[in-house]
Design a protein around this ligand. Sequence first.
Ligand SMILES: Cc1ncc(COP(=O)(O)O)c(C=O)c1O
Length: 378
Amino acid sequence: MNLPCQRDKFEIPEAITYLDCAYMSPLPRKTILAGRVGLQKKAQPWTITGDDFFDLSERLRAQMAELTHAKAGDFALVPSVSYGMAVIAKNLELPEGSKVLILDRQFPSNVYPWRDLATRTGAEIIHISPEAGHSWTEAVLAAIDGETALLALPQVHWIEGAELDLIAIGKKARANGALLVLDLTQSLGAVPFSVTAVDPDYFVVANYKWLLGPYSTGFLYAAPRHQSGQPLEQCWQSRFGSENFAELTQYTDQLAAGARRYDMGERSNFALLPAVEASLAQLLEWGVENIEHSLRNITDQLASIAAKHGLQPDMASPRAANYLSLKVPTDAPSDILQQARAAGLYFSHRGDRLRITPHLWVNQQDLHRFDQTLGNIF
Ligand SMILES: Cc1ncc(COP(=O)(O)O)c(C=O)c1O
């Protein structure tokens, strides 16, 4: 279903055309309200209850489970992708001489932990890039063999907006005994994802882009077969029985059930978690299939406008619905972003590409401003 324009749910002035969700989403009005109520609680700490410490984080896990067809207990609360990947890396042993596959120009939070792990274990990092005319999925599938120990991938390439077929990749990874670790930061909330279909070993997501949530919050998914590992921090809240504040010094080595054992310290953030909950509730109400369908419609329109001005995606992979990534022409001016911003138009410049990433706030005036501004610049 195509969703109508949702601009009234955001605080975006009419003079701004914001096409930069892959950089940072604006918070919906309801999310800001929930965050204010949460922050206010710390002004009156006697209003902070067990619900804030425990029930709220359980509700967030349940929302993530609904979004990805997983179980609530499969999720840990983490502050960033880097943190989630560090938990995963701590729990992995790779055979010496085995291969770790990553994409060329992958986001650093899904590269540095594997470089470190490879140094520790003697594994080798392989950067994959497709040959001309071939897709990222074809390149990844061709690279998997019996020596592959780990694939650390996104669902959508953060610069190009190419979408990978994770079902096919997951299947071949399992057939070769390789682990599949995903960074879903540039897709979850905008592109459907199901753990039952893909069966990853782990995934991590930062909330502040397509989950429309606050900065410094995110989730780590650990498949049930990876829920007996070690956390990064020895925090009291992720120990068994920590709900009973009176008995916290009855120290225990038993960790909380499921992926909760991997939670970060002070995970019960009274200001930020209510905001995360409000944003996830909004996404679930819209429905990710509907969001994807509507974003496809918007990026298709933006693509037609860009083509009029000589700008093309120029890639062989399928384009994710939430992305339009345009090759910068060789004769383009050097101040593209400054010129666009002066006209109220916001997008990113990454490598040799302009990254155009809208959401449901885009209206007709935005399409018009995009057209006019590209016409003036190119
Ligand atoms: C693909 C991807 N992963 C992760 C992040 C953020 O990583 P972290 O939470 O470690 O700061 C970004 C931010 O741009 C990103 O594009």
